[in-house]
Write a protein that binds this ligand. Structure first.
Ligand SMILES: Nc1ncnc2c1ncn2[C@@H]1O[C@H](COP(=O)(O)OP(=O)(O)O)[C@@H](O)[C@H]1O
Ligand SMILES: O=C(CO)[C@@H](O)[C@@H](O)COP(=O)(O)O
Length: 558
């Protein structure tokens, strides 16, 4: 009997990192371990009301070691010796300033506690002004460098963040040799290739967030960047020219990391990519099937043969990049800046009085107070969902707009804010919660409609991510609003599974990503079907959503 081989997929989400060990022959998920980022969990280095969200590199390194070592402990004997590859996915754009060795500045003396020296998380919107400047200059420039990124550059992306931090922190500006995406840094650490000049850069990250395109010869020109702000002068030369798809190897584990992880130095490490893109691979994406990663935010991925899309530029999405999802095919990205985060926000609002009052009540002892608050927090969304599910669709009821974290697509605008209208004195929490769920579904429909308007057919919808697995209410409402069937990927960890598939390709087990998908894919566990009468009602309400959104954009934008 041939010796089984395994790969490890690492999925760095917004709140935690998880490892997944997979049997490459069958896709069987052998072990998985999750590591919540400790500093992030305490809210360190973040200022939510200023949209500042930063993550310390130590959160990532500790999670890297912990999740792999613990997963190998859970795996049967003989697995560790037969791991042949590791690949990772992360959130993005989540860049960090690095020194000439490629070390994030927060890991160097004097910057240990400086949020500007840490990873600027994808949801950090401190660079709204810089994004506006990039868009204004791009539209006047001889080449519109945003054209392969939907024509609108976002504050969530690479250059906006670099410019903002460079302006805000002279110390970081002086010490920064280059800037590196999270999805590029981890593979470089594992393989000892962190120096910016040799570090392999992800096609996915560069193409979707850094305005990289082979038609430009790589990144935007030095002239464009200097015209944006002379503070960027010389940085382009310390960035990169080539980019690589996730079927390419970065290198092999260094002896140090092989020792730490209990793995062989023969283990091949793949070029990284973003979570949504490898999640789509893990969910067995096919051409013209929209793969929705439904988590704190949503990412909508599509793939199509390059030749079928041709020179078409798809306006208002997060970019069209050759090889960003499945090597050899065009990857198209859209998404919503907040999805599950909106439910989490409402829960936080409802928790405030309880935390202030129960949290200080003398009627019960401290241990009981803590248990009460934990139970409230743990059950809040489930209880709201149960009550919301019992409510009828109300075409004259509460109507919400899902732009609490700005609008990512269609047509990025991080200046926008959310709204809740149609309230009366009888409006209760479940009704408001249901309106928020409906709003997130309407935001999803706006994206689907944009692709179709732009001539990209959508044959069906695949869903993955935490919300897809946790909420039947959300999934049925999204299904009714889209008026399309939605298949939910079986894997609890589709992003990590996609990374494990990529690792199997870079390790030479499979020749193509498609082959790895076929052999390692877990298929689908549920298929939601739209309820026709609901779909008809939601079509009418969606028109109101669109009008309210237009009013907000025209009158209430910051
Ligand atoms: N029962 C639920 N119904 C709807 N949303 C939920 C439920 N439980 C958790 N969530 C949401 O799931 C999101 C986390 O999704 P997940 O995919 O696990 O994380 P990430 O997006 O960081 O990868 C949170 O925003 C949370 O509000
Ligand atoms: O924007 C991207 C990828 O392009 C995601 O990394 C970002 O939305 C974060 O996704 P999650 O909500 O953490 O799943």
């Amino acid at each position: 009997m041939t010796q089984a081989k395994y790969t490890i997929g690492l999925d760095y989400g917004s709140d935690s990192v998880r490892s997944l060990i997979v049997d490459v022959a069958t896709g069987a998920e052998i072990a998985s371990v999750v590591f919540p980022y400790p500093r992030w969990a305490k809210g360190m280095y973040c200022v939510p009301h200023e949209n500042q969200f930063r993550q310390h590199p130590l959160d990532y390194l500790e999670g890297l070691e912990y999740t792999i070592v613990e997963a190998l402990k859970q795996a049967p004997a003989g697995v560790a010796e037969n791991v042949v590859g590791i690949s990772i996915d992360t959130t993005g754009s989540t860049p960090v300033a690095v020194d000439e060795k490629g070390t994030p500045l927060a890991l160097t003396p004097g910057f240990e506690e400086n949020p500007n020296a840490m990873f600027v998380l994808w949801k950090d919107h401190t660079a709204v002004k810089e994004a506006d400047e990039i868009n204004e200059l791009a539209k006047k420039w001889e080449i519109d460098f945003t054209k392969y990124e939907g024509g609108i550059y976002s504050s969530e992306w690479f250059w906006s963040k670099i410019l903002h931090v460079s302006r805000a922190d002279a110390g970081v500006l002086r010490a920064a040799n280059s800037w590196v995406e999270h999805c590029d840094w981890i593979p470089a650490v594992l393989t000892g290739t962190t120096r910016p000049q040799i570090l392999k850069r992800s096609r996915c990250a560069a193409g979707h967030k850094a305005m990289w395109h082979e038609a430009f010869g790589g990144l935007p020109t030095e002239e464009f960047l200097v015209a944006l702000d002379p503070i960027l002068s010389g940085l382009r030369d310390r960035m990169f020219k080539e980019t690589y798809t996730c079927d390419v190897a970065v290198g092999k584990l260094t002896p140090e990391w092989a020792e730490k992880l209990g793995l062989s130095t023969d283990v091949v490490v793949g070029v990284g990519a973003f979570d949504a893109h490898l999640g789509a691979v893990g969910a067995q994406i096919e051409p013209y099937y929209l793969s929705k990663v439904m988590g704190t935010s949503t990412c909508d991925m599509l793939v199509a043969p390059n030749e079928e899309v041709g020179d078409k530029l798809i306006a208002g999405i997060c970019g069209q990049v050759d090889g960003s999802v499945v090597p050899g095919m065009l990857g198209m990205e859209a998404g919503q800046s907040a999805f599950g985060d909106i439910y989490a926000w409402f829960k936080k609002v409802l928790m405030w009085p309880a935390q202030q009052i129960i949290g200080q009540s003398e009627l019960v002892d401290e241990a009981t107070r803590a248990k009460l608050l934990d139970e409230l927090s743990d059950k809040m969304i489930l209880e709201l969902s149960k009550a919301a599910e019992a409510l009828p669709i109300d075409e004259k009821g509460v109507l919400a707009i899902d732009w609490m974290n700005g609008r990512r697509t269609p047509d990025a605008n991080q200046n926008l804010k959310g709204a809740i209208a149609g309230l009366n004195l009888g409006t209760d929490a479940p009704r408001i919660f249901r309106s928020l769920v409906e709003a997130t579904a309407f935001g999803s429909k706006a994206i689907v409609d944009r692709f179709i308007e732009q001539g990209v057919p959508i044959k069906g919808v695949i869903a993955l991510g935490g919300v897809a697995k946790k909420s039947k209410l959300v999934m049925q409402i999204v299904c009714d609003v889209l008026n399309m069937p939605i298949k939910v990927a079986r894997s609890e960890q589709a992003c990590a599974l996609g990374s494990a598939m990529a690792a199997a390709v870079v390790a030479g087990v499979y020749a193509t990503t498609h082959e790895a998908q076929e052999k390692m894919g877990g298929g689908f566990e549920t298929e939601y079907q739209p309820i026709p009468e609901n779909a008809a009602k939601y079509q009418a309400i969606y028109e109101k959503y669109s009008k309210l959104g237009q009013f907000i954009e025209e009158n209430l934008t910051r």
